[in-house]
Design a protein around this ligand. Sequence first.
Ligand SMILES: [Zn+2]
Length: 70
Amino acid sequence: MAKEKKEIYQDCKVICACGATFDTKSTKDEIHVEVCSECHPFYTGKQVRASKKGNVEKFNAKYGLNKEEK
Ligand SMILES: [Zn+2]
C-alpha cells in the first residue's frame, strides 16, 4: 500500500518577519516571509535612497559639465 500525502488547499497563515500576519489559502498551513505589504518600503514609503550621488553626477561635477549651455 502506497502512502499518499495529500496536499489540501486550506486556510494558511502568513507570518512576516516584521510581526504582521494575514490569512490566505495554500496547501501549507503556515508560511513565513521576510517582507510583506506592511513593511515593504514600496508600501510604507519609507524607502531611503541607495546612493546620494550617482556616478554621472560625480563625473559632471568633476569636469563641470552640469552647467547648462545654450
Ligand atoms: Zn512585514
